[in-house]
Design a protein around this ligand. Structure first.
Ligand SMILES: [Zn+2]
Length: 76
């Protein structure tokens, strides 16, 4: 079985995969715990990065850290 490439997995996790790309990736993830684990790891990394970016933007805009430390990150 051919695994999902790092590139495809990134596209998928970033929500940038086209519907054409999406279908085979999801199909594979359903069958492959290994790639699903990689996807989960990648998503966690992306979440951490997004939260960090969001906090930085907030600090720039408001000159102080977000209330509650920015544990949740609503869309700007
Ligand atoms: Zn796989």
């Amino acid at each position: 079985m051919e695994h999902v490439s790092e590139e495809d997995l990134e596209l998928y996790c970033l929500g940038r995969a086209t519907n054409e790309q999406l279908a085979p990736i999801e199909e594979h993830l359903l069958e492959c715990p290994e790639c699903l684990g990689r996807a989960e790891e990648l998503l966690a990394t992306i979440d951490t990065l997004r939260a960090a970016l969001w906090r930085l933007e907030w600090e720039e805009r408001h000159g102080r850290i977000p209330p509650g430390g920015g544990s949740s990150s609503p869309e700007p």
